[in-house]
Design a protein. Structure first.
Length: 72
């Protein structure tokens, strides 16, 4: 069963998403991800069977973006 993870990010442009695509595709191999840039928190939603919270935050931070998991 897939778990849905939600993150607040500093990603704000489509070019930012394009820059992150290869990295997120490598981290989230058996899941899906998308950004909602119309949301005030520039939400990243991830569906994955694995808990990839820490690696997602680390990946975005290494690429120069802020990222924090939003709790339920």
């Amino acid at each position: 069963m897939n778990k849905v993870l939600v993150f607040k990010t500093s990603v704000c442009k489509q070019t930012d998403i394009s820059k992150l695509k290869v990295h997120l595709d490598n981290v989230i191999k058996n899941g899906k991800w998308n950004f909602d840039l119309e949301d005030c928190d520039n939400i990243l939603r991830v569906e994955s069977k694995e808990n990839v919270t820490e690696v997602i935050i680390d990946t975005l931070n290494k690429q120069g973006f802020e990222c924090a998991e939003l709790e339920d």
